[in-house]
Design a protein around this ligand. Structure first.
Ligand SMILES: O=P(O)(O)OC[C@H]1O[C@H](OP(=O)(O)OP(=O)(O)O)[C@H](O)[C@@H]1O
Ligand SMILES: Nc1ncnc2[nH]cnc12
Length: 178
């Protein structure tokens, strides 16, 4: 399946969750067996031969993709959660959203010093969430080997932001004009 076909399987919902937002809904891609399989295969492709110890998936849609990517790579999975969702001791990172700030957390023992971590989420917009996850992994002593997403919204500058942080970024399709 070509990247254009993956893009075509993503539904766009205008004015959700608020007026002016074109919401890129990847659940329609996930519901298609070939689409989901191809998306996961293509996300892991650049990391063939790269040592990855764990995948970190960002709540909530990054859990679904990150779990599948971790399974494909035969490595462990670390959930990066919104504040207050994890039951054990946590490390927290505050990060910038388009409007305001938020906090994400991982368990203190989720990542060991020197581990190579691949960050996974469904969509890259401003890059604030992913940059927060990168900082969290680094605080825990891990090395981020890359960040991968199905969708990039290039107008919002997330990919440029992650490149400025020295990161390798993999995305499968773009939606412009967001
Ligand atoms: O690049 P950014 O500007 O940080 O935006 C990208 C983030 O926004 C969406 O999550 P959302 O905040 O909607 O949370 P959810 O997955 O829990 O619905 C998406 O799944 C990313 O995690
Ligand atoms: N346009 C968009 N669609 C889906 N998730 C998003 N997160 C931030 N912007 C988004």
């Amino acid at each position: 399946m070509a990247l254009d076909d993956i893009r075509d399987l993503i539904r766009t919902i205008p004015d959700y969750p608020k007026p002016g937002i074109m919401f890129r809904d990847v659940t329609t891609l996930w519901a298609n067996a070939r689409g989901f399989r191809t998306a996961i295969d293509r996300l892991v492709q650049p990391y063939a031969g790269v040592r990855i110890d764990k995948v970190a998936g960002i709540e909530a849609r990054g859990f679904v993709l990150g779990g599948a990517v971790a399974h494909q790579l035969s490595v462990g999975f670390v959930p990066v959660c919104k504040k207050g969702k994890l039951p054990w001791d946590t490390i927290a990172e505050h990060y910038e959203l388009e409007y305001g700030t938020d906090t994400i957390e991982i368990h203190t023992d989720a990542i060991r010093e020197g581990e190579n971590i691949l960050i996974v989420d469904d969509l890259l917009a401003t890059g604030g969430t992913a940059a927060g996850a990168v900082n969290l992994v680094r605080k825990a002593g891990g090395t981020v080997v890359g960040c991968c997403f199905i969708v990039d919204l290039p107008d919002l500058g997330g990919k440029a932001k992650l490149h400025e942080m020295g990161l390798s970024v993999m995305t499968l399709c773009e939606f412009e004009g967001d």
